[in-house]
Design a binder for this molecule. Structure first.
Ligand code: NAP
Ligand code: ZN
Ligand code: ZN
Length: 347
């Protein structure tokens, strides 16, 4: 077994602390990856605090991982030592169900193996990217294009693909009006990516604080959701709404902002449910939908798209010793727009 250093939550709501644990030896199809950077996703916080009620402890969070291949298994074909690579939210899946065969492994019918807080075939807990190394089957590893910096690319492995995938799936493009609700880690990636796809983007944010940033990131409009006027003015205005909000909020008010046949896509995953009324859906034949990250093939496509359009995440780099403070700042909305842990700080 490979002795690995990281930071873990030992129980729900406990602060993260230094933690040494064992990774499996490098198998024939595996890569050993030395992690250089890992983003902090709001899902890490939901999970470390067991807000979704599915957490397994001890937990080393982190699923926005970038690093360098340090060793390859005997049967590895597509990677070599020194390659810059990424790992996202899952590290395996059944490989034979219709979803896996189609390349949407995140929807694996037997359940994708999540990068952390999950149990692998041998019954071991998976552990994530707030650590110095990880062992992953080459089929679940992404190539990071040379045009992207490691720190700026790390958040693409979750925030990037989670926003890219629904925009592609629903064919959001040039002639559409899109609202992005919540300008956080996911939201700021959604603005950049949708803009590069030629879409007209409006940011719906809880306060005035991020107006200038929204424009800089590529939004054409910005509106504040604490102002009731916003919901009057923008009634029946959008073809799509991408909701990235991490806390419970009233979906019904947003549904009214869709045109006939408009679609509201939830990617934000609040811990508590929200009642949805029939009327905002019935009138205007609207749809309420959801989307989960993206498959391996599409994640690679997204990385290429971001390299071509020079899209990276706006990041604040931190040493791992500041991870607990960073969690508090994410919850307060005090990050522009993603914390990325510089893993050299673990040494
Ligand atoms: P984040 O950086 O904290 O951003 C969330 C944003 O939501 C905040 O910046 C804020 O934007 C807005 N917000 C927060 N509380 C709000 C409230 N009570 N009412 C209205 N708006 C509020 O989080 P993130 O990392 O982008 O993640 C967002 C959510 O997506 C989380 O629930 C996460 O678990 C989930 N997620 C889902 C997937 C998936 O596959 N579906 C993947 C990754 C993450 P403003 O300041 O602009 O109001
Ligand atoms: Zn995530
Ligand atoms: Zn499967």
């Amino acid at each position: 077994m490979l002795s690995t250093k990281g930071y873990a939550a030992m129980a729900a709501k406990a602060s993260l602390q230094p933690f040494t644990f064992a990774r499996r030896e490098v198998g024939a199809h595996d890569l050993l990856i030395r992690i250089s950077h890992c983003g902090i996703c709001h899902s890490d916080i939901h999970q470390a605090r067991d807000e979704w009620g599915i957490s397994l402890f001890p937990m080393v969070p982190g699923h926005e991982i970038v690093g360098t291949v340090a060793q390859v298994g005997s049967a590895v074909k597509t990677f070599k030592d020194g390659d810059r690579v990424g790992v996202g939210c899952f590290v395996d899946s059944c490989r034979s169900c219709p979803a896996c065969r189609e390349g949407v492994e995140q929807y694996c019918e037997r359940g994708a193996l999540w990068t952390y807080s999950a149990q692998d075939k041998e019954g071991r807990l998976t552990q994530g990217g707030y650590s110095n190394q990880i062992v992953v089957d080459e089929k679940y590893v992404l190539r990071v294009p040379s045009a992207l910096s490691s720190a700026g690319a790390a958040p693409l492995l979750c925030a990037g693909i989670t926003t890219y995938s629904p925009l592609r799936h629903w064919g959001v493009g040039k002639y559409h009006k899109l609202a992005v609700v919540g300008l956080g880690g996911l939201g700021h990636m959604a603005v950049k990516i949708a803009r590069a796809m030629g879409t007209d983007v409006t940011v719906l944010s809880t306060s005035e604080r991020k107006r200038a940033d929204a424009k800089r990131l590529g939004a054409t409009e910005f509106a504040v959701t604490s102002d009731p006027q916003t919901f009057m003015k923008l009634r029946r205005h959008f073809d799509f709404i991408l909701d990235t909000v991490s806390a419970p909020h009233d979906y019904n008010a947003y549904l009214d902002l869709l045109r006939t046949d408009g679609t509201m896509i939830l990617v934000g995953a609040p811990q508590a449910p929200t009642p949805v009324a029939a009327f905002p859906l019935i009138f205007c034949r609207r749809r309420l939908a959801g989307s989960l990250i993206g498959g391996i093939r599409e994640t690679q496509e997204m990385l290429q798209f971001c390299a071509e359009h020079r899209i990276e995440s706006d990041i604040e780099s931190i040493p791992i010793q500041q991870v607990n403070e960073a969690y508090e700042r994410v919850i307060k909305g005090d990050v522009r727009y993603r914390f990325v842990i510089d893993m050299e700080s673990l040494a």
